[in-house]
Design a protein around this ligand. Sequence first.
Ligand code: 5GP
Ligand code: MG
Length: 180
Amino acid sequence: MQADIDRILIPSGQIAARVKQLAHDITQTYADSEQGLMIVCVLSGSIVFVADLIRHLPIKTKIGSIAVSSYKGKTTRSLGPALIGRLEADVAGRNVLLVDDIIDTGQTLRLAQNELAAQGPASLRTCVLLRKPHRAPRDVRVDFVGFDVEDVFVVGYGLDYDGDYRNLPDVAVLKPHVYD
Ligand code: 5GP
Ligand code: MG
C-alpha cells in the first residue's frame, strides 16, 4: 500500500488534533439540547471519521447511516449520486448531524440533506472532514469542516480508490501508476 502513495496531504496526527477541535465545536453547538444527538453517517467513506469523532463527544449520541453511491470501481469522477436502500435512522423530531468524509461537487450531500429534511428532524446540520472549496456549491450548507483541500483525488482515513486505501491513517494522494 505504501508504495502506491505519492504524497501525504494531511498526516494522521494533524487529523486527530482537528477531529478533537471539531468535536468541541459540535459539543458547544448542542450543549443546550436535552435529547442529545443523532449522527447519520454517509457510508462508507465517513466510518473512520465518525468512529474517531464520536469518542470525543461527551453528549448522548445515537448513530444511523445512509448509503449513497457516486463512484463505481475505478473512477475518480462522480457519476451523479443515488441512494442505495433505506435511510437507517429514525430522525423525525431529532437533532440530526449528517457526517460525510468529503464535499466535492456537493451532489451527495444535497441528496442526503433532502432525504433527511423530508423526515422532519428538529434540526439538521452537516459536518465533513474535507472540503474542496472551489467546487462546493453555495446552496449546500456545511456547518463543520475539518480541512479545505486542493482539487486532487485523495484517499485514506476512510476515503477509497476502487475500495482500497480506506485503512491508511493519513489523507494522501496516489501515484499516477495506480490509475493505469
Ligand atoms: P460530491 O457528491 O460532493 O461530488 O462527492 C462526494 C462523494 O464523492 C464523497 O462522499 C466521496 O465518497 C466521493 N469523493 C469526492 N471527492 C473524493 C476524493 O478526492 N477522494 C475520494 N476517495 N472520494 C471522493
Ligand atoms: Mg461518500
